[in-house]
Design a protein around this ligand. Structure first.
Ligand code: ZN
Ligand code: ZN
Length: 370
């Protein structure tokens, strides 16, 4: 790419942002509330939401890529939409969920596995606000996205770290990017910390260790119950310091089956395992849905039906209690008669899923058939 082309594109974004902003004042779909970043209590953090309200995260299976639909009190936002060939998968999923308007669409960064499907989404749904990083790209995919935004008179927002936005009774704060990352598009990823009641979620696109370091020194809250692991579980992201700061219960990895990059990388999986974080992967579970009622999380995964595999329930995902015999390498249900006779030094309690035990090379007991 030439500097001139890049310069033209950025000028185009800024011009679009200014013009569309004016158009929006006279009538744009949906209503958007941008709250004052300096206000201490974000709407979601006050615990004010009604008892029946909920926030639902849908980590949509788009193969090798990212796409997350978030719902809070009938308001919707979408973060990324996978490659262009996933457009139909994403738009039909949104329609199945009853989505017609999107308060926000975030294109985390201009890579095609994130923004490829966004053009179709913007053309098919009423989108109030498109949030993009201030980093241009000269690909046809990116140009198509800008065309769609222009054609549909959507507002473009270039966010700053520290700003907060509302979605129903929930809110999210921009935690990244914190500076100019030059040509490293991944580090330009828009990162957010989403808060609903006492529960929180962190999603940072493909942000790599450099950007994580800046988030750590930025001083904004990073702790969360759920982390969408950056860059599809690549080892270029997820420094131990960052994982420590987020300290999630669940780590969601969005990646394609047998992808060319070897995502997720072993280093990342090992780190998450060492910290006792439950890993949920779209390549294994299909679309993953996590619902928050403001205090508790419910995890549901649905295996891709085209793979002919069965639906997974929350129980099989979040796991249960097993007894391991470290001597024989077998695992048992807690009420198995054979488990009762295991010697104390060989007996280990395990809380997790059957698959995790199988992955560790352990065998199910033939008697209790766990
Ligand atoms: Zn990327
Ligand atoms: Zn990516």
């Amino acid at each position: 790419m030439t500097t001139n082309m890049a310069g033209n594109t950025i000028k185009r974004i800024l011009a679009l942002a200014a013009v569309l902003c004016m158009i929006c004042l006279t009538g744009c779909a949906g209503s958007v509330t941008v709250s004052d970043p300096s206000s201490a209590a974000a709407p979601g953090e006050s615990g004010e939401q009604r008892a029946d309200s909920r926030a639902v995260f849908h980590f949509i299976d788009v193969g090798q890529g990212d796409s997350t639909l978030i719902e809070a009190n009938g308001h919707y936002m979408l973060i990324d939409a996978g490659e262009r060939d996933q457009t139909e998968a994403v738009t039909s999923y949104l329609k199945e969920q009853g989505v017609r308007n999107l308060d926000y669409v975030i294109g985390t960064h201009p890579h095609s596995d994130h923004i490829g499907g966004l053009e179709g989404v913007i053309r098919e749904f009423e989108v109030a606000n498109v949030i993009l990083p201030q980093k241009e790209h000269t690909t046809r995919t990116y140009e198509r996205l800008l065309d769609a935004i222009e054609d549909r008179n959507c507002k473009i927002t270039i966010p700053k770290a520290g700003e907060s936005y509302s979605l129903g009774a929930a809110s999210f704060q921009i935690i990244s990017p914190n500076r100019d990352y030059d040509d490293n598009l991944n580090n330009w990823s828009i990162g957010i910390r989403f808060v609903f009641g006492e529960t929180s979620f962190v999603l940072c696109g493909d942000a790599e260790k450099e950007a994580e370091e800046d988030m750590l020194s930025g001083g904004l809250a990073l702790n969360a119950d759920v982390l969408k692991v950056s860059h599809h579980g690549s080892s270029t992201s997820s420094s131990p310091e960052f994982i420590n700061a987020v300290s999630p219960r669940y780590a969601v990895i969005s990646c394609g089956r047998n992808n060319d990059y070897g995502h997720p990388h072993k280093e990342t999986l090992d780190l998450l395992k060492k910290q006792g974080i439950k890993v949920l992967r779209t390549d294994q579970l299909g679309t993953i849905v996590i619902e928050s009622n403001g205090t508790d999380l419910q995890v549901m995964g649905q295996n891709d039906t085209s793979q002919g595999t069965s639906k997974q329930t929350e129980e099989s995902l979040s796991g249960s209690e097993y007894i391991i015999n470290t001597n024989t390498g077998k695992f048992h249900l807690t009420d198995c008669k054979l488990a009762e006779s295991i010697k104390e030094e060989n007996r280990r309690q395990f809380n997790g899923t059957r698959q995790e035990l199988i992955d560790q090379g352990l065998k199910p007991c033939k008697s209790c058939n766990p």
